[in-house]
Write a protein that binds this ligand. Structure first.
Ligand code: Q46
Ligand code: ZN
Ligand code: ZN
Length: 330
C-alpha cells in the first residue's frame, strides 16, 4: 500500500480490491469482475470453444472452478446462441458429496440450467470409497477413470458437441511442464484449451484456460457465486506437481505475464504435439461400445474386478433411461 493511502482502481478511482501485475492495473470490484469475464469470453472466442447451435455439456463438481465455468458458459450461451447442459456426478463421499450435490442443484435451479445428476452408487452398486476399498488403488485414479467414462457416455448420448471442464491455468501449466520434463510430448496435446472429438470420445473445452486459480477464487467470491469451499477428503497434492506449480508462480512474480504467454504458446503448438502420437486409433469396447485402447475398456475392467461382471452396457442403459426422462435424448 502506498504511504498508508487507499489504493484506487486504475480505471475509475474507486477503492481497488486487487492488482493484476501482468496488466499493470489496480482494479475495483466492478472492474475486476469485468476484466475476468472479458478474459473468459475472449478465450471462448479465440479458441472457438463454442458456437451457435451447439450443445455443451458442463461437468460440475460444485467447486469454484466448475461453478465459474458453468456460470460463464451460461452467460455466453445467451449471446452466442449455444445450449448449456450441466452434469453432476455424486460420488458418494459422505458429507462432501451431499453438500456438493445440493450446491449444484440449487445453482442450476436458480439459473434454470438443465441438470443431469448421476449417482455412482445407484448406477454401479458402489460408491467411490467402496471402489477404493475393493481395489486398493489410489482414489483419484479410480475417480478420474469413473468420471471420464460417465461424462463421455452422457456426452455421446445427448450428442454434445463438447464437454466443458473447469481446468484453469494453474491446473494445466504444471502438467504441461511436467510432461515436458518427462518428454511425454503427446500428452501435452491433450492439455490445451480444446481437444477435438474423435472415435466416440467427445472433445473437451476449457474456458478458464487463461485464468489463474487466485483470479477465479476472487471472481467467484466477489460475484457471490455459491460454491463448495471444502476440499474433497481424498485431495492431496503430489510433491512434484506442487513444486512445479510453486516454481511457475515464482517465475510469474518475477516476470508478470509469463504464465499466460506460456499457455498461449502451447495452444499455438498443439498440432505439433499431436503429430507426435504413437498410440493406435481407439477401438470400441467389446462389452459396452465405449472408445477404448484395448478390446475391453477400463470401466468394464474395473467394474468386473469390483462387481464380478463388467457393468458398462448396463450403466449406459441406466443413463439412457435417466436422460430420456429428462427429455434430453434426441
Ligand atoms: S473428487 Fe475425485 Fe478429485 Fe476427490 S477423489 Fe480425487 S479426483 S480429489 S477432482
Ligand atoms: Zn474501477
Ligand atoms: Zn466397456
Amino acid at each position: 500500500m502506498k504511504s498508508g493511502k487507499e489504493i484506487r482502481c486504475s480505471l475509475c478511482r474507486e477503492p481497488a480490491v486487487t492488482r493484476i501485475a501482468y496488466a499493470k492495473l489496480w482494479l475495483c470490484k466492478k472492474h475486476f469482475i469485468e476484466f475476468i469475464e472479458k478474459r473468459i469470453l475472449e478465450t471462448i472466442n479465440r479458441y472457438r470453444l463454442a458456437g451457435r447451435g451447439q450443445r455443451i455439456l458442463v461437468a460440475v463438481s460444485g467447486g469454484k472452478d466448475s461453478i465459474t465455468t458453468l456460470y460463464m458458459l451460461h452467460k455466453a450461451s445467451m449471446e452466442m446462441g449455444f445450449k448449456v447442459i450441466a452434469l453432476h456426478i455424486d460420488l458418494g463421499i459422505g458429507m462432501y458429496s451431499k453438500i456438493s450435490r445440493e450446491t449444484v442443484e440449487h445453482f442450476c435451479q436458480s439459473l434454470r440450467i438443465p441438470l443431469i445428476t448421476l449417482d455412482l452408487k445407484t448406477l454401479t452398486g458402489y460408491s467411490l470409497p467402496e471402489f477404493v476399498h475393493k481395489t486398493r488403488r489410489p482414489p483419484c485414479s479410480i475417480c478420474g477413470l469413473l468420471k471420464r467414462y460417465l461424462i463421455n457416455v452422457v456426452a455421446q448420448e445427448i450428442k454434445a458437441d463438447a464437454v466443458a471442464l473447469g481446468h484453469h491455468l494453474d491446473d494445466l501449466l504444471p502438467y504441461i511442464f511436467k510432461n515436458f520434463i518427462l518428454q511425454n510430448l503427446f500428452e501435452i496435446s491433450k492439455l490445451g484449451p480444446r481437444t477435438e472429438s474423435e472415435n466416440g470420445l467427445v472433445g473437451r473445452i476449457r474456458p478458464l484456460y487463461e485464468v489463474s486459480e487466485h483470479e477465479i477464487a476472487l471472481y467467484a467470491k466477489l460475484s457471490n457465486l455459491p460454491f463448495v469451499d471444502e476440499e474433497c477428503p481424498y485431495a492431496g497434492k503430489k510433491n512434484l506437481d506442487k513444486q512445479v506449480k510453486e516454481f511457475l508462480n515464482s517465475l510469474e512474480s518475477l516476470h508478470p505475464g509469463i504464465k499466460i504467454s506460456f499457455a498461449r504458446a502451447v495452444a499455438r503448438n498443439i498440432h505439433v504435439y499431436k503429430a507426435l502420437s504413437t498410440t493406435k486409433p481407439l477401438k470400441k469396447c467389446m462389452v459396452c461400445g465405449a472408445p477404448s485402447n484395448d478390446d475391453i475398456c477400463s470401466f468394464c475392467k474395473l467394474t468386473n474386478r469390483v462387481a464380478g461382471k463388467p457393468l458398462g452396457a448396463e450403466v449406459r442403459l441406466k443413463i439412457r433411461d435417466a436422460l430420456s426422462s429428462l427429455g434430453l435424448l434426441e
